[in-house]
Design a protein around this ligand. Structure first.
Ligand code: CU
Length: 126
């Protein structure tokens, strides 16, 4: 009988340890953005005018570096992306990698005029 208890306890300990391992792994893979490699083969070109972006959605692949090329073609605008480290004004580029698939809101980060609030687009990470 003593042996049986010992087995049951070690089985219980083992399953707790395994569950702990699984949890750690999941957490590690949920990291948001990593320092991007210097070279990105994918680029998205975002242009802003009064008061819209050139596209409603921009699509990139999760886990692959991409470069955002941003330009104000009319007026003075900028972009920020919710949850990501992107902050460009007037014109500029930024290379980054997004590991987590989802939809990220792109917004104008310059108070550019009456329809500033309408300047929204979506970054789709697949
Ligand atoms: Cu604006």
């Amino acid at each position: 009988m003593k042996k049986m208890w010992g087995f049951m306890i070690s089985a219980a300990v083992l399953s707790v340890m395994l569950a702990g391992c699984g949890g750690d792994k999941q957490e590690a893979s949920q990291g948001n953005s990593q320092p991007a490699a210097a070279e990105a083969s994918t680029a998205i070109n975002i242009e802003a005018s009064n008061w819209k972006f050139n596209q409603d959605t921009f699509e990139v692949k999760a886990g692959e570096p991409f470069t955002i090329n941003f330009k104000s073609t009319e007026g003075f605008h900028g972009i920020g992306i919710e949850g990501l480290d992107v902050d460009i004004q007037n014109e500029g580029s930024k290379t980054l990698t997004v590991d987590k698939p989802g939809e990220y809101k792109i917004f104008c980060n310059v108070l550019c005029g009456p329809d500033h609030g309408k300047m929204l687009a979506t970054l789709v990470v697949k």
